[in-house]
Design a protein around this ligand. Structure first.
Ligand SMILES: NC(=O)c1ccc[n+]([C@@H]2O[C@H](COP(=O)([O-])OP(=O)(O)OC[C@H]3O[C@@H](n4cnc5c(N)ncnc54)[C@H](O)[C@@H]3O)[C@@H](O)[C@H]2O)c1
Length: 350
């Protein structure tokens, strides 16, 4: 029998601890060390009964883990992952893959040169509901995917913005939240050719956007919109609709993505599929509904199980560095479009 994979955690904050909760329930892996310079990390490591380090390089050298989970602040992702690759250790790297595309390009090159796998933590792709939605789109049952409507409209409480960096330029909902939706739109609907976008900070007046409207033109010809705001009392978002995280009271009947094709349409997360009984029918005929089914499972847990297989060299990462870099490039293109008022294409990487 294979012994449990020894996984170290770099960054034991909110997200790192969520990974640990899932790790604890798995036979195939166990926590072997924590690296985090924060004030609560030593006590947490003691609770987990593993050695604590303030510097991840020291931890890599002394513990020689078989894999690591990196959940430290965004700006450190690339440097930390490069250190892990240099030590030959497979990485589950939290999203965003990085904050700067040039830096991420270095990680793309290092990951392909070293042959050491990196899985980027766009965990929603591991949700079985998303796998089913993707299967429905790819099966062709919707016909030619034509219009895509994505909604991320909810309200963050005022206290969320008590933390200074959350009010500053670059730390807005595009990189923090909408990156998840944009990653899923790429996964479900295909690559984006170009975007146009408007942003506004009209609700709070902080240094980053509180509302955006994005137009998307996909490479396959589909056209889409993504309207987002974190300052509206509205129920339309993955967070509230999907039920993935119980800290958000669920609005199970409200969609966040509406995918329409020439032969059918699909609402996500409900996975209600709409179609006519006969090809060639139209608006005078009743639309029929089919409920697509799937076996629910926690996306973070499924992601971790997948990572164990990736680290053991049995499967390729579902979300590679190149793939995640394309999502970051899309976020960048939307930022450029908001600043310039022009249509912008995501920068090609890898
Ligand atoms: N997948 C998701 O849905 C999701 C959700 C939340 C956060 N995240 C990502 O997880 C990461 C962490 O976010 P969080 O909410 O846990 O933040 P957090 O502030 O709660 O935790 C970050 C931790 O990193 C530690 N840290 C700081 N510098 C470090 C270093 N040099 N080496 C090791 N540890 C260091 C801090 O002490 C802290 O404990 C971010 O990249 C964030 O984007 C992902």
């Amino acid at each position: 029998m294979t012994s449990p994979l020894r996984i170290a955690l770099i960054g034991a904050g909110n997200m790192g601890r969520q990974h640990y909760q899932h790790l604890q329930q798995m036979d195939g892996a166990q926590l072997c060390a924590i690296a985090d310079p924060g004030p609560q990390a030593a006590a947490f490591a003691a609770e987990c009964a593993v050695p604590h380090f303030t510097d991840h390089r020291q931890m890599l050298a002394q513990v020689a883990p078989q894999a690591v989970i990196v959940a430290n602040p965004n700006a450190q992702h690339v440097r930390t992952a490069l250190d892990c690759l240099a030590a030959g250790v497979p990485v589950l790297l939290e999203k965003p893959v990085g904050v700067d595309l040039d830096e991420v390009a270095e990680l793309v090159a290092a990951s392909s040169a070293s042959g050491v796998p990196v899985l980027v933590g766009h965990h929603r792709r591991h949700n079985p509901m998303i796998s089913r939605a993707r299967h429905v789109v790819q099966s062709g049952v919707l016909g030619r995917l034509t219009t895509v409507t994505a909604l991320w409209q909810l309200q963050k409480p005022d206290s969320y913005f008590d933390i200074a960096w959350r009010r500053e330029p670059g730390a807005g909902m595009l990189l923090t939240n909408l990156i998840h939706d944009l990653d899923l739109l790429r996964y479900l609907c295909g690559e984006v050719h170009q975007v146009q976008a408007f942003g506004s900070n009209g609700i709070r007046g902080f240094g980053n956007e509180d509302s955006v409207a994005v137009l998307l033109q996909f490479e396959n010809g589909a056209l889409g919109t993504l309207t987002g705001s974190d300052g509206v009392a509205a129920p339309w978002s993955w967070e509230l609709g999907s039920g993935e995280n119980p800290v958000y009271p669920r609005q199970a009947d409200q969609p966040c993505y509406l995918l329409a094709g020439t032969a059918g349409a699909l609402s996500v997360p409900q996975l209600t599929r709409w179609h006519y009984a006969e090809p060639g029918a139209g608006w005078h005929e009743p639309l029929l509904q089919v409920q697509e089914t799937f076996a629910p499972a926690e996306a973070l847990r499924v992601q971790l199980e997948h990572f164990i297989e990736v680290a053991r060299g049995r499967v390729e990462p579902l979300v590679s560095v190149v793939d995640a870099a394309r999502t970051l490039a899309l976020v960048d293109a939307i930022g450029d479009a908001m600043r310039t008022g022009r249509a912008c294409a995501p920068r090609a990487l890898g």
